[in-house]
Design a protein around this ligand. Structure first.
Ligand code: TMP
Length: 219
């Protein structure tokens, strides 16, 4: 059996990742594909416990930036070994809400850690597993934050540690994601997510079909 297809969704807060990941999953399943859906940080019991530490201050102190970077990678190591690699070996499609590019964007461009160091930690965590396709849902930082605030107000949720960061942090993230995409154009598909949901969903589908119908190229 051939290896499955590994697709990640990336983007700033409020870029619509979860919506479009769900829509793509439904469409792939309707087309008869076996799809595993997961997320980062999280996706495994260990990862979900780390997610609590990383986002919602479930203990009495926030992780320092170096610990934060390592905890994201620890969650990823668990997810790759327990969920992603076995699913790909079975020939499934794996759709993951965030992956290594979020570490490069948030801890690299956002917090200021050296990208080469983050690459090395990430390679250790993942065994150098890379997505076949990364869909970057790009949205202006302000527009994304407005969308997120509206959704959270409707759902009665509060902002997490990252969402509370200053506007300049979110601007660096967006530019960071775009730089990562520019450096790996055959892996990334950048989609303007500031448009209506139907248009974006149609572009995601067309992109996935054109990039993943053939055996994916590596970068
Ligand atoms: P989300 O699931 O709502 O997108 O939240 C995950 C948060 O964690 C988001 O603010 C981005 C952040 N994050 C990092 O800072 N580094 C990482 O490596 C990952 C996967 C997420």
């Amino acid at each position: 059996m051939s290896r499955g297809v590994f697709i990640t969704f990336e983007g700033p807060e409020g870029s619509g990742k979860s919506t479009h990941l769900r829509r793509l999953t439904e469409r792939l399943r309707a087309a008869g594909r076996s799809v595993v859906v997961t997320r980062e940080p999280g996706g495994t019991p260990v990862g979900e416990a780390l997610r609590g530490l990383l986002q919602h201050d479930t203990v009495s102190e926030a992780p320092v930036p170096r610990a934060e970077a390592l905890l994201f990678c620890a969650s990823r190591a668990q997810l790759v070994e327990r969920t992603i690699a076995p699913a790909l070996a079975r020939g499934d499609w794996v759709l993951c809400d965030r992956f290594a590019d979020s570490t490069f964007a948030y801890q690299g461009y956002g917090r200021g850690f050296d990208l080469a160091t983050l690459e090395a930690i990430n390679r250790f965590a993942t065994g150098d597993l890379r997505p076949d396709l990364t869909i970057l849902l790009d949205i202006e930082a302000d527009a994304g934050r407005r969308r997120l605030a509206a959704r959270q107000a409707g759902a009665g949720e509060t902002a997490d540690r990252f969402e509370r960061e200053a506007a300049a942090f979110h601007e660096r993230l967006r530019r960071g994601f775009l730089s990562l995409a520019a450096a790996a154009p055959t892996r990334f598909l950048v989609i303007d997510s500031g448009r209506d949901e139907e248009t974006v969903a149609a572009e995601v589908w067309t992109g996935v079909m054109s990039r993943c119908a053939e055996p994916p190229r590596k970068e």
